[in-house]
Ligand binder design. Structure first.
Ligand SMILES: Nc1ncnc2c1ncn2[C@@H]1O[C@H](COP(=O)(O)OP(=O)(O)OP(=O)(O)O)[C@@H](O)[C@H]1O
Ligand SMILES: [Mg+2]
Length: 464
């Protein structure tokens, strides 16, 4: 009796597996599958690791279009590097650029255009010191409800270790913006419900170029400077730190020019609201005053239109879509009125204004900027012809002629003349006769205001 041979069933039970593993196709499959699984795990780890790394090692800063630094940052990115040349911009890899063209006319040459390449939408890489920074400019598919403009952001991303470069970037961007504004006066106007710079910042108008009657300019400038120097005084006494000025007088007497020059002198901007403009409502006025750009003079032009509207409202109960009297008063000293502010109001019609407006706290100083006086005519002459009229004979003749025309009083006299002219008209006459004194004197008759012309012609006919 021999023992049965080792049972094959066991072997055979192993066999299929063996056979399976020995099967190169199958083994390859397993290999591939496990490789795949390992890859998936690795991938997940990498992703997780990357996001962890990103969280731990990267830092980003997002700047939205609403932020005042947005244009500075774009300008910074467009800055050429010292070496100059097209690809010498800060952007080391530029594939999308956008164009920002500023055109202005200089020295009578037709148009001078300045092209500034800005990073376009998409991703860019810049290098600042030894840090590489990813810059992503994105337009979002949401929009500002008021303006309809799409939201936009610029995001800077870099290694956490290099976060200090952000400070340098923003400091430099700000410095560039300040430099660009140096010697300029920025004018802001209301666009929808935002204050927007109106055109490019203008070259500061020298205050000497605005010629007001003797002493007026000094008085106002001294008052504003004194106000600016006494913030603590107001704060200590719990008085809102505001001051209001009303400049009134005929058109073309230099009211707006003076305010612009004054802003330049103080290194302020000007935020302008034209009260006669349609679309400026009480609500909007109040809203705009709550977010006045810093370091600007508020200029409310044509203050009388608010009073005209009141009258209209009294008459028919309808107050149009423009500012009303109470809206203006509220804007000046109501709850919406900002804490710190210098406001200038201008009007051609002081008679239409209400006593209530000229109350301290609303308007603290009222100044008439009037028709051209003898003093102003002489000062303007000297500004235009001072260098060719060396002996002053031309000035003498010019003033004599204006006296004859009864446009200015005689020397040393303060009598009111029958007619008068504006400083704007004198400027016009001088501009027309640039470097031609005689021409200006001959054409002085043109300074007679149009409403008097028929009368003057009649008188001349009678005389003849
Ligand atoms: N006193 C002045 N000194 C220098 N330039 C003047 C003066 N008055 C007017 N001008 C010139 O005349 C033009 C019009 O002046 P401006 O707009 O300042 O007048 P305004 O008083 O504001 O007039 P309006 O009441 O119509 O607003 C400007 O080009 C300005 O340079
Ligand atoms: Mg004006």
């Amino acid at each position: 009796m021999t023992a049965p041979p080792p049972s094959t069933p066991i072997a055979s039970s192993i066999l299929p597996l063996d056979a399976l593993f020995n099967n190169p196709l199958f083994a390859g499959g397993i290999g591939l599958a496990s490789l795949g699984a390992a890859a998936a795990v690795a991938r997940r780890t990498v992703i997780r690791g990357a996001s962890l790394l990103k969280r731990r090692l990267l830092i980003d800063v997002e700047i939205s279009k609403q932020d005042p630094s947005f244009p500075w940052v774009l300008a910074y990115l467009s800055q050429p590097r010292p070496a100059g040349g097209f690809v010498q911009s800060r952007l080391t890899r530029m594939h999308h650029l956008s164009m920002n063209t500023a055109s202005r006319s200089i020295h009578n040459k037709p148009l001078h255009a300045q092209f500034l390449l800005q990073p376009g939408y998409g991703k860019h890489v810049i290098r600042v010191q030894d840090a590489y920074i990813a810059v992503n400019r994105e337009k979002h598919n949401t929009a500002n409800m008021q303006t309809g403009e799409p939201h936009e952001t610029v995001t800077f991303t870099t290694l956490y270790a290099y976060r200090h470069v952000f400070e340098d970037i923003f400091r430099e961007a700000h410095q560039l913006a300040v430099q660009a504004r140096e010697g300029k006066t920025t004018m802001y106007t209301v666009e929808h419900t935002e204050w927007k710079p109106f055109g490019e910042a203008r070259k500061k108008r020298p205050i000497e170029s605005v010629i007001l009657d003797q002493g007026i300019k000094d008085r106002v400038v001294a008052d504003v400077k004194d106000f600016l120097a006494s913030q603590d005084w107001y704060v200590d006494r719990g008085i809102p730190y505001r001051r209001g000025y009303l400049l009134y007088g005929p058109p073309g007497s230099g009211k707006s020019s003076f305010i612009q020059a004054l802003a330049g002198e103080l290194d302020f901007g000007v935020s302008i609201i034209d009260l006669s403009q349609r679309g400026i409502t009480d609500d909007k006025l109040a809203l705009m005053l709550t977010k006045l750009p810093p370091r600007t003079i508020l200029l409310l032009e044509d203050a009388d239109s608010a009073f005209v509207n009141r009258r209209k409202m009294d008459a028919d109960g309808y107050n149009g879509s423009t500012v009303t009297f109470s809206g203006l008063l509220n804007a000046l000293d109501g709850v919406a009125a900002g804490e710190e502010r210098i406001a200038f109001l201008t009007t051609n019609h002081i008679d239409r204004l209400d006593e209530a407006l000229i109350r301290p706290g609303r308007v603290d100083m009222t100044v008439r900027i009037g028709e051209a006086t003898r003093y102003q005519a002489a000062e303007m002459w000297n500004r235009f012809y001072g260098d060719i009229d060396v002996d002053g004979k031309g000035l003498e003749r010019f003033l004599k002629r204006l006296e004859q025309l009864e446009l200015i009083a005689g020397e040393g006299k303060h009598t009111k003349t029958k007619m008068s002219t504006s400083t704007a008209a004198i400027q016009g006459l001088f501009l027309f006769n640039k470097n031609n004194m005689d021409g200006a004197i001959e054409m002085a008759e043109g300074l007679i205001p149009r409403k008097y012309v028929p009368e003057v012609q009649q008188a001349m006919k009678v005389a003849a």
